[in-house]
Ligand binder design. Structure first.
Ligand code: IDP
Ligand code: MG
Length: 136
């Protein structure tokens, strides 16, 4: 089933010059880039995206990190785009993400973990609306 997902290349990866190689992972898998924009998130946008983590010990650091520089916001589509993207990204912590995954190949620590991707079809719809919709 064709789906849309929200993918964001995080500030550490943009700063390291990894945009092109990361985007290639999605294109190589056959997924399609529908929308793309380089942008620096406001704290309000960041808080909306990470509302589920408010109150956790890493929350303040996460908001500081994700607003620290430009990110690449994308809408990516294709069959099973949500699950396929999560597979390409790998587990949350680059230290344990296997080689061959984006986080395993391009990152080192969980506090700068290269990429965000929606974790469900519902999250994807919500996040596409936050970052590309009318509520922006
Ligand atoms: P996910 O990005 O793989 O879906 P989540 O558990 O939803 O992982 O966490 C959201 C984001 O919060 C992570 O991508 C990472 O940037 C950050 N994060 C999660 N756990 C930690 C932690 O223990 N320390 C620092 N940052 C964390
Ligand atoms: Mg998540």
């Amino acid at each position: 089933m064709t789906e849309q997902t929200y993918i964001m290349i995080k500030p550490d990866a943009v700063a390291k010059g990894q945009i092109g190689r990361i985007i290639s992972r999605f294109e190589d898998a056959g997924l399609r880039i529908e929308r793309m924009e380089l942008d620096t998130l406001t704290p309000e946008h960041a808080a909306k995206n990470y509302a589920e983590h408010e109150g956790k010990p890493f929350y303040d650091g996460l908001i500081d990190y994700i607003t620290s520089g430009p990110v690449v916001k994308m809408v990516i589509s294709g069959p099973n785009a949500v699950a396929v993207s999560r597979k390409l990204m790998g587990p949350t912590d680059p230290a344990t993400a296997p080689p061959g995954t984006i986080r395993g190949d391009f990152g080192l620590t969980v506090d700068a973990n290269v990429i965000h991707g929606s974790d469900s079809i519902e999250s994807a719809q919500r996040e596409v609306d936050i970052f590309f919709g009318n509520s922006q």
